[in-house]
Design a protein around this ligand. Structure first.
Ligand SMILES: [Zn+2]
Ligand SMILES: [Zn+2]
Length: 137
């Protein structure tokens, strides 16, 4: 099991470079009780880069399932397909940047304590997407 701690630490920060080996994936899968293949699916597809900053979030997703979704950090991700909402990268109430998801213990903004499930009301629907939205990102 040597080296697994490092894998988990990198995973928490989305440092998939180098990506975990198949062996590490299997070991990690055994620890958390899921299939290695399932875990592999959580990694970015080959050729899709990750963006570590800013951390992005769909509050509507979070309300349904309180965990960070890896696809929000794909370089190309700006919206949630499921909810047709733009992702947020900072708290809409106080403007604080979201912390890395490994620290989302409470599921709320670390500064003003607005819950992530609540922020969905601030997310802009895709059909209202304006040019200046894209620029401000
Ligand atoms: Zn969503
Ligand atoms: Zn806040």
């Amino acid at each position: 099991m040597a080296g697994l701690g490092g894998t988990i630490a990198r995973w928490e920060k989305f440092r998939f470079n180098p990506p975990p080996s198949r062996q590490q994936l299997e070991a990690l899968a055994a620890v958390i009780g899921v299939e290695g293949d399932r875990l592999q699916e959580m990694l970015p597809p080959l050729g899709v880069g990750m963006k570590l900053e800013p951390i992005r979030l769909c509050g509507a997703c979070y309300a349904q399932s309180p965990c960070h979704k890896i696809e929000w950090q794909f370089k190309t991700a700006t919206e949630c397909d499921r909810h047709q909402l733009r992702l947020l990268s900072e708290c809409p109430n106080c403007g604080a940047r979201f912390k890395i998801p490994a620290l989302w213990v409470e599921g709320q903004c670390q500064r003003c304590f607005t819950s992530f499930a609540e922020i969905k009301i601030y997310q802009k629907p895709l059909r209202f997407t304006q040019k200046d939205d894209l620029v401000s990102e």
